[in-house]
Design a binder for this molecule. Structure first.
Ligand code: FAD
Length: 418
């Protein structure tokens, strides 16, 4: 008699369609292009996914971190997953597969080796940490979802870049009234723009970083602020009408907005005394830096605040959001470095140029285990900033790859780019 064929078991990687906010982060992160989407869902191709976990830490909601043990031959196909409104229930494996009994044998695929527990360990594909700083406060995430959004009221909306510039960036204040919406600096929220997309489906949520600290845009009030750039061109410079950014920038006082979240459990500021912050940003990437700076400013006199060093890039001073209030901050509280790339009469400078110019200070802060680094802005800035940090470290005769690993492991280097 022929021996029965072994039953191969697969730990299948799935995305929870009820929690996913369709932000595309997983698809951008996946090193083997196993993630795809249509207008309904983001899904993982079981034929391609190798369980490397690179997509898991960057996911803002955790919807990416779902796994089902299935018989490989019966794995959920891409087509199955695209049609889902919710994840299927766990199905018991056939006895022979689960127990390796007569007539079959469990042969977990390589994916089964890597599970959620390994998420923090398998992060080589992402330059930043997959864990928060050790002293960060506990964040609440996913309190409000697509099915249970919260309504916020617009209590302020004004432009924070020069009226004569192309860059139309708004400071928008949302109030939650009596409803709980606990947040931390570095977290983001999702906005559900009204209306439907070209396929007639409700628009998916867009994420926006908080620009205000945990105790509110106005201390003690249940409100928060956002820094939103009106998108009028796509990344290639062609004319485009950004659905959500235009909706937000056009909101009037007393309008209401559907909000989901909060999101984010790693890009959080340290909570312990003497923690130093190096903040590197461009454009609306200044939002979390404003939140962290304001949190620290409000602690002056009540806590032992560490050093704050800011590298802020924009084309011109007038395109730099919050320029006025920023320049009023005391210089012994924050070390401000502005990199302007198109200021008439000045040489072009980018944040990475300034990091190199301030190498001695940056190196001094990096040597202190109380220092955390935050980078936020356009995706393209990641490589330049990493190169500059590496140059600063190498110049002082040290090994960047060792320090980079330490910074990641200790939750001291964080990126939020989009
Ligand atoms: P869409 O209708 O989605 O896109 C229209 C076109 O513009 C498309 O071709 C698209 O590729 C292109 N496009 C999309 N985004 C941009 C962009 N930023 N610049 C140029 N072209 C673009 N945005 C903020 O303004 N402030 C924030 O604080 C902020 N925080 C974010 C935090 C996170 C974690 C993430 C993932 C994104 C964040 N964004 C932020 C970006 C934001 O979520 C939206 O992507 C952005 O507002 C564009 O959405 P839209 O609906 O207006 O454009």
């Amino acid at each position: 008699m022929n021996a029965p064929l072994p039953v191969e078991v697969l730990k299948q990687h799935l995305i929870d369609p009820e929690i996913c906010i369709r932000c595309n982060t997983c698809e951008e992160t996946c090193p083997v292009d196993a993630i795809t989407h249509d207008s309904n869902n983001y899904v993982v191709d079981p034929e391609i996914c190798n369980g490397c976990m690179a997509c898991v830490p960057p996911c803002p909601t955790g919807s990416i971190d779902n796994w089902r043990l299935v018989v490989r031959a019966e794995a959920y196909s891409v087509q199955d997953q695209l049609g889902w409104e919710e994840l299927p229930q766990e199905k018991p494996l056939p006895l022979d597969a689960a127990a390796g009994g007569e007539g079959g044998q469990a042969t977990p695929a390589p994916q089964a080796e890597a599970g959620p527990a390994q998420a923090a360990a398998v992060t080589a594909a992402t330059p930043g940490a997959a864990v928060p700083p050790w002293s960060a406060a506990h964040p609440y995430v996913n309190l409000y979802t697509h099915k249970t959004p919260i309504t916020a009221t617009v209590v302020g909306n004004y432009r924070v870049t020069g009226a004569d510039t192309e860059s139309d960036i708004h400071h928008i204040v949302l109030d939650f009234g009596e409803q709980p919406f606990p947040v931390l600096e570095g977290q983001s929220i999702g906005i559900l723009p009204p209306g439907v997309d070209a396929q007639g489906r409700p628009h998916h949520a867009r994420q926006y970083s908080l620009a205000s600290p945990r105790d509110g845009e106005r201390a003690g009030y249940n409100n928060l602020s956002l820094t939103v750039k009106r998108v009028t061109q796509d990344h290639g410079g062609a004319a485009a009408h950004g659905v959500c950014s235009n909706y937000l920038c056009d909101l009037a006082k007393n309008d209401t907005v559907q909000v989901i979240g909060p999101f984010g459990h790693t890009f959080l500021m340290p909570n312990h005394p003497q923690a130093n912050l190096i903040m590197i940003c461009t454009g609306t990437g200044s939002a979390p830096m404003r939140a962290m700076t304001e949190r620290s400013r409000r602690l002056i006199g009540t806590a032992d605040i560490g050093k704050l060093m800011l590298f802020f890039g924009a084309r011109t001073e007038r395109e730099l959001p919050y320029f006025g209030p920023l320049m009023k901050l005391p210089r012994d509280f924050i070390d401000i470095n502005l990199a302007l790339s198109r200021e008439p009469g000045q040489p072009k400078r980018y944040v990475q140029d300034l990091i190199r110019e301030r190498a001695a200070h940056v190196r001094g802060l990096l040597a202190d285990r109380n220092t955390c680094i935050y980078v936020c802005g356009l995706k393209g800035m990641e490589v330049g900033v990493l190169d500059a940090l590496r140059d600063v470290v190498v110049q002082s005769g040290e090994d960047w790859s060792i320090l980079h690993d330490v910074l990641r492991r200790e939750g001291r280097l964080h990126f939020e780019t989009y």
